[in-house]
Ligand binder design. Structure first.
Ligand code: 13P
Ligand code: SF4
Length: 303
């Protein structure tokens, strides 16, 4: 059954010259039909280089919007329209415009997990994997970092020479993990290294052997000589690592780190996009594309 749907997807993808992009938090069955799987930075770079007229994003809304901003001439589908990112929806353009007025002279750095509209009033975007590098390179010591205060706290620790103001946003999935969850996981697997995403709270990040982003965590675990790892990011990453490295052992830091939005996309959603019966074609105004693009182009330039 799964194989039949995958074969229909692969045939239609060829016929329509569609590019299927999958964020690494997607399930194995989606990754198997994708042309490219990666973290949000890798997906945005891939999308800007691809020639295909149709792109299907298996991920969350801000990722499909980023593809549309970089390639306005393409038809970009969000495979499942309910797949939003709660963090991206925490702050809007009006709120940040007001905050900016109270902080003149600050460079506004937006995590890519923000809406296209909010990006129009920000100066530069960052992804989790490029945040530290870009904040270091910005020619201003005063930074307003939004929306994730946990990632922002981590960036501020890595770039102590800058004054970084934070707002109270964050990923409800990663931020749900507690210090006690870490203690329980470490007690159960005393020989395992703890690898953690910086969207987790600072107390959890401080207990990690390695702090990194989706691709960083995967690379670290694959290259490490260690044999056991507790993975402090979305549960799919633990599963992908176990599949790719059968000689090592991977444990969930907590079963709370399951993003329901990332898990919303199914093979049928992908098929519906290709058959023209589902998915959502992303529409953004020319003004939003123009202004949000400045912020993303600056990220690609500095990153
Ligand atoms: P990456 O930037 O590592 O792909 O992460 C995106 C995300 O949504 C993390 O929760
Ligand atoms: Fe958004 Fe968190 Fe889900 Fe990533 S894991 S898409 S930041 S809610």
């Amino acid at each position: 059954m799964i194989r039949d749907i995958q074969e229909r997807i692969l045939a239609l993808k060829k016929e329509k010259d569609a590019l299927i992009l999958a964020h690494s938090y997607q399930g194995r069955e989606i990754i198997e039909v994708a042309d490219f799987t990666g973290d949000s930075l890798q997906l945005s770079v891939m999308a800007s280089k691809a020639k295909n007229p149709v792109v299907i994003m298996c991920g969350v809304r801000f990722m499909a919007e980023t593809v549309k901003i970089l390639s306005p001439e393409k038809t970009v589908y969000l495979a499942n329209p309910i797949a939003g990112c709660p963090m991206a929806e925490q702050m809007d353009k009006e709120l940040i415009s007001a905050v900016k007025e109270s902080l003149p002279g600050y460079t506004v750095v937006a995590y890519i997990n923000t809406t296209a509209e909010l990006k129009t009033v920000c100066d530069v975007c960052v992804t989790s994997s490029s945040a530290v590098k870009i904040v270091k390179k910005i020619d201003n010591d005063k930074i307003l970092f939004l929306p994730d205060c946990n990632l922002g706290h981590y960036v501020a620790q890595q770039v102590p020479e800058k004054e970084i103001k934070l707002l109270q946003g964050g990923c409800p999935v990663h931020a749900a993990v507690t210090k006690q969850d870490v203690e329980i996981a470490k007690a159960a697997h005393p020989d395992a290294l703890l690898l953690v995403h910086p969207e987790c709270i600072p107390e959890v990040v401080a207990m990690a052997d390695y702090v990194g982003f989706t691709s960083g965590i995967m690379e670290y675990a694959k290259k490490s000589d260690a044999k056991e790892f507790i993975i402090g990011t979305e549960m799919s990453i633990t599963e992908h690592l176990q599949y790719e490295c059968p000689d090592k052992k991977f444990y969930y830091l907590s079963k709370k780190i399951l993003c329901p939005n990332m898990k919303a996309t199914t093979l049928i959603d992908v098929l519906n996009c290709l058959e023209g019966t589902g998915g959502e074609v992303i529409e953004l105004s020319e003004d939003v594309i123009r202004d949000a693009r400045k912020c993303i182009d600056r990220m690609i330039e500095l990153g």
